[in-house]
Design a protein. Sequence first.
Length: 80
Amino acid sequence: MKPLDELRNSNYHQELGQKMWAAFLAQQQGISLSSAIKKVEGPVGDLWLMVADFALHTYSDSMERLLLRSTDKQSTDWQM
């Protein structure tokens, strides 16, 4: 996990954190995602930056394992 200072300075994490906050808000209040995005404009709190970083790492690890598994399967299935 990246240090908080690095997350605070990352535009990518700021935007991802804002979108995740908006998705949570939309689900909790039963409103549309576009309405929730308008409500969460502004700086993102440290919690949502950490959630964004965790989600990014989890997604990356899952995709890497999935790709390795499919590559291994293809190499064992391939024959001349």
